[in-house]
Design a protein around this ligand. Structure first.
Ligand code: PLP
Length: 496
């Protein structure tokens, strides 16, 4: 098998192995790590994938990218990641509803697709540290607006030789999200609310990462900081797997023939999920169109249409909060790809973005943006789709999945394309009970998320997912709230 090394989108040629890139998280020049080639899967191999379980498939696909891990090491990581934390052995069920298919990525411990990568990352990091002879304990520092924090906590809880500290805006997450975090068990976990918004938390965390004094103190105690942010290549590659899995499910269900192309619709925020789909396509997975779905924060939609990326606009708080994002970090990897791996172009565009919150790509690159179909859904459209699909099929989508479905409906109107299509379903409706139930009936609009769990269960004939049941019973473990200036001291208190 061909060895794969990782270099920066902004030019620094470290030629790092996968384990080095995973531990570093981001390149020293501020760029993101990209593989120096994308492995190709031919039809014969695709045929073999048909008989593989999710875990076997993961081993095969991830092994093609992380070539410095042995098969044994990877297998161990995968077995630890995708175990009975997941609701079913299938790991990722695919459901046919009407004429479309839903790739349900939300059956992990935190009920959102981020589990797919964050259950695996801690084990990859631990194995990578061993491989690099790093005798240090890894400290994950994260600022979260909701989903990432909990998924990272679940993933890292009680993983040997790691610690995890999560900061969240005290008043800026949903009731369920907050409860998910403050009830987190695990001796190596620490959750802290901050008086401020997500940006405050994020900015301070970035500062702490580069704080030389603290770094030295940590170093003396054999600690080192790392990041579980979605730009880590260790989070991106595990996501490539579920696109292959989705395709194989349609094949197994007899819905398509081998080689037949299908569409995927991806509800997009930081551009990680859809980038993984794009990598799958480059690997040879038969994909026709990739649909990039945005909510009212439609920076990506505008970009795909005009070639101008413009983050200088109002930030809109929507009912699909995990997609409320104006600077999609992972887009940098896509830009790098469509520039023909030209790091000078990327450097220039990222400089513009930092300085003016805006950049525009060349005509040539603009042409390549057509590789993706961009669409967006308003709040009203998102709510209507939840209600329509429920009335027609008794299937309940969460708000993020509904953005994707709504965009798909527009795409059908636009194109009449009758290619088989998978909607990437990123969260359980039980995470957003109030928004989802209000879509079905206005009378729920003033109720609390927690009070609607039973109601949702009855209405949709769905069992309450175990993690939610557990949540209602668990005790609050983390009650620290601090000013942003105290974040550093809280880290010291926890670690030193
Ligand atoms: C994070 C998230 C998204 C967006 O995914 P990206 O990889 O950031 O584009 C969509 N839906 C849900 C539920 C999420 O948690």
């Amino acid at each position: 098998m061909k060895e794969i090394h990782y270099n920066s989108t902004r030019g620094l040629n470290g030629n790092y192995t996968a384990s080095q890139a995973i531990l570093k998280g981001i390149s020293e020049d501020g760029g993101l790590f990209v593989p120096d080639s994308i492995p190709f899967v031919n039809e014969e191999e695709l045929q073999k994938f048909k008989n593989m379980t999710y875990k076997e498939l993961a081993l095969c696909i991830i092994g093609k990218f992380f070539t410095d891990f042995t098969e044994d090491e990877l297998k161990k990581c995968i077995d630890l990641a995708y175990d009975n934390k997941f609701e079913s052995d299938e790991i990722v069920p695919v459901k046919k509803v009407g004429d479309v298919f839903y790739l349900e990525l939300f059956h992990g411990p935190t009920l959102a697709f981020k589990d797919m990568a964050l259950c695996l990352l801690p084990h990859l990091m631990q194995a990578a540290a061993k491989k690099q002879n790093l005798h240090k304990k890894i400290v994950i520092l994260t600022a979260t607006s909701g989903d990432t924090g909990k998924a990272a906590l679940e993933g890292f809880a009680d993983v040997e030789d790691t610690r995890i500290v999560v900061f969240f805006p005290e008043k800026g997450v949903s009731d369920i999200q907050k409860r998910q975090m403050v009830t987190q068990a695990g001796k190596n976990t620490k959750v802290i609310g901050i008086k401020g918004n997500f940006d405050d938390a994020q900015t301070e965390v970035k500062k702490i990462f580069n704080d030389e004094e603290l770094k030295k103190e940590l170093d003396e105690k054999s600690y080192m900081f790392s990041s579980a942010n979605s730009i880590n290549i260790g989070r991106l590659i595990p996501q490539v797997v579920y696109y292959f899995h989705g395709y194989m499910e349609l094949l197994r269900k007899g819905q398509i023939k081998l080689g037949e192309k299908i569409n995927f619709v991806v509800p997009t925020g930081n551009f990680g999920n859809i980038l993984a789909a794009y990598y799958a396509k480059k690997m040879g997975l038969p994909i026709n169109r990739l649909l990039c779905a945005s909510n009212d924060n439609k920076v990506l939609y505008d970009f795909l249409k005009s070639g101008i990326y413009d983050a200088e606009r109002e930030f809109i708080v929507t009912i699909s909060p995990s997609m409320d994002i104006l600077i999609s970090s992972n887009l940098e990897r896509f830009i790098y790809d469509i520039s023909g791996n030209d790091f000078l172009v990327v450097q220039g565009l990222m400089k513009d973005l930092n300085k003016n919150r805006k950049y525009s790509v060349s005509e040539n690159m603009k042409e390549k943006l057509k590789l993706l179909y961009g669409g967006f859904a308003s709040e009203g459209e998102t709510l209507n789709s939840i209600s329509d699909v429920f009335k027609s099929y008794h299937y309940l989508m969460d708000t993020h999945t509904s953005v994707a479905y709504s965009v798909y409906r527009k795409y059908l109107q636009d194109t009449g394309d009758d290619t088989k299509t998978i909607i990437v379903s990123t969260a359980s409706p039980f995470k957003f009970t109030k928004s989802v139930m209000s879509a079905l009936d206005d009378k729920y609009k003033n109720q609390k998320d927690f009070d609607l769990i039973e109601v949702m269960s009855k209405t949709a004939s769905l069992e309450v997912p175990k993690p939610i049941e557990k949540l209602m019973k668990s005790e609050v473990i983390h009650s620290t709230v601090c000013e942003k200036q105290q974040m550093k001291d809280e880290i010291r208190k926890f670690l030193l």
